[in-house]
Design a protein around this ligand. Sequence first.
Ligand code: GDP
Ligand code: MG
Ligand code: ZN
Length: 329
Amino acid sequence: MANVGKGRIDKLDEDDVRIRPSRSTRPRTKDRPTHAAAVRAQVITVDRGRVTCIDENGAQIDAMKARELGRRSIAVGDWVGVIGDSESLARVVRVETRKNALRRSVEDGSERTIVANVDYLIIVSAAANPDPRTGFIDRALVAAYTEDIQPVIVMTKSDLADSKEFLKQYEALHIPNFSTNKFSPDSELANLIAGKVSVFIGHSGVGKSTLINTLSPEFRRETGEVNEVTGRGRHTSSSAIAFKLATGGWVIDTPGVRSFGLSHVGRIEIIAAFPDLNEVVTDCQKNCSHDEDECKLNLWQAAGNDSAENLERTGRVANLRRILASLDE
Ligand SMILES: Nc1nc2c(ncn2[C@@H]2O[C@H](COP(=O)(O)OP(=O)(O)O)[C@@H](O)[C@H]2O)c(=O)[nH]1
Ligand SMILES: [Mg+2]
Ligand SMILES: [Zn+2]
């Protein structure tokens, strides 16, 4: 499994939070007493200005974002510093640097962080109803690779169709994958995500909530076709929400997330996620699209030691090309 550097993420990050000059004579140093007293907690959901977190002892704190954080975003999965308790109007006064972040595009062309500090991106697709498609998976893979998150593919509704053929397309990427259905859930997936932070993404209706319920029935995610499309019903926001697993990890459901924000991702970063291919393309012509006759990938994919290796190489090249194409959509 290939990974890419994450230097870019640090650059975007949070350390440039400006402290508002206050009218008082309060010293504006880093070790202001109030901040030293802040409790470390992890955000489990954000609803408009309200931030719900869990501290390191497992206690829930409802807080507001402190004014001094300005426009700084707070996302599910963020580690934050909180002052005060829920009764005395707790405030989030600090957001720690993220190890990674998953973004979605919003209408005005900007991007919003859905979740931060994720171990697994669980890409959920149905074997049928709706039929699986590579487009969404490819865009999810871009997000995973460029943010250094391990992707996992879960095919639901295996009672309706066999997804083996479909999954063959991804074989050369060696992504952990599972086939499940609600009648006979898969315990291996539960083992994999134990103790980890896993965010579940996928189109509405593929069975995310059903799957999450099988991982822990006490989550009781609402299932069906309606609510997540219209936002009607209980959850009017499309905020992600985290649930604690009995095994110590977190499961994050992302209702209403249909698109990824990939406008910040470049071709070079994607190719870097495939170190073997990255090396090959250093010999390409300067403006090679990597999908043309002269591309060095063509020679390379046919030059393995045996037919099995050629097949593997061809698969990897096909995946890279498809993923690069998905960037333009
Ligand atoms: N046949 C079949 N139907 C399923 C399975 N999993 C979910 N469904 C159905 O698919 C529909 C959408 O499920 P839901 O979990 O709400 O999808 P979500 O929008 O991704 O959260 C519901 O009617 C489920 O009962 C499965 O494994 N097999
Ligand atoms: Mg759902
Ligand atoms: Zn090329």
